[in-house]
Design a protein around this ligand. Structure first.
Ligand code: ATP
Ligand code: MG
Length: 257
């Protein structure tokens, strides 16, 4: 796995020797993924391809199977039918930071990585998330938002090709969430993993992603690119239009919101 130089944004297409745009390499390839629990079907045949540099948001009502699909992509659930091809070590981040309480911040970020390059990157990432001076703190000495920033640094420390996130900002207050959105966008553009972000927050999806999926009744009922500028999205007319469409797709009218 090769990390781009900081500041380099890897788009979902690359340019070949002849200068023509070629699709970026595939990072996630899932075909006909099905999952049932106790005979009750939750996923009924999911096909999904995610390419390098893509930021995909996965929306769906509560209980629609978002976390189930993410766990399958993370190889945390191996009982699903169908085929899933993902990089060997995808990084995963959850709603709670899941830091090890008995380890200080830096070892938490390193989490078993021992080489000097990883240590260097972990220190840089701690600086990136604004916690460079807290490397020796214990997780319990950090606020919820700080812990989540450490978790983000940890997720990226192994230079993953794929970053899978399940409502990573769900437990944060609105202000911290906005800061985390900026931070995540910045880190993703700098380290360029493919990202799959599970969220039930339509605004979060439209603000962050460049492609959005909606899971309905065990199938992807919507899969389309988000064609909005990288910054200033909230004030873009396309933001409101897409937001309304997604709310409708999720079965929630604008008026209910
Ligand atoms: N280990 C399990 N055993 C039995 N049923 C499960 C298991 N995991 C998930 N389910 C069921 O599968 C369905 C989908 O669950 P999942 O957690 O994927 O939903 P979700 O879309 O992530 O919902 P939320 O937005 O509330 O997090 C639910 O009905 C849930 O009860
Ligand atoms: Mg869930």
């Amino acid at each position: 796995m090769v990390l781009d130089a900081p500041g380099t944004l890897t788009p979902a297409t690359t340019t070949d020797d002849a200068g023509a745009a070629a699709p970026a390499p595939v990072v996630v390839e899932a075909h006909d993924v099905r999952r049932a629990f106790d005979g009750r079907g939750v996923l009924h045949g999911i096909d999904l391809t995610v390419r390098r540099g893509e930021f995909v948001a996965l929306l769906g009502r509560s209980g629609s199977g978002k976390s189930t699909l993410l766990r399958i992509l993370a190889k945390l659930d191996t009982d699903a039918a169908g085929t899933v091809s993902v990089p060997a070590l995808p990084a995963v981040a959850f709603q709670d930071s899941r830091l090890l309480p008995w380890a200080r911040v830096l070892p938490n970020v390193l989490l078993g990585l021992r080489d000097a390059a990883a240590r260097e990157r972990a220190r840089t990432l701690l600086d990136d998330v604004g916690l460079g001076d807290r490397a020796r703190a214990w997780p319990r000495q950090l606020s919820g938002g700080e812990q989540q920033r450490v978790a983000l640094a940890r997720a990226l420390a192994g230079a993953p090709e794929l970053l899978l996130m399940d409502e990573p900002f769900g437990a944060l207050d609105a202000l911290t969430r906005i800061r985390m959105h900026r931070l995540l966008r910045d880190l993703v553009s700098r380290y360029s993993p493919a990202v799959v972000l599970v969220t039930h927050d339509v605004d979060e999806a439209v603000l962050l992603a460049d492609r959005v999926l909606v899971l309905t009744d065990g199938r992807l009922s919507l899969d389309e690119p988000i064609d909005l500028p990288a910054t200033g999205r909230r004030s873009h007319p396309g933001f409101t239009a897409l937001r309304s469409r997604l709310l409708t797709e999720l079965g929630v009218g604008d008026d209910d919101h």
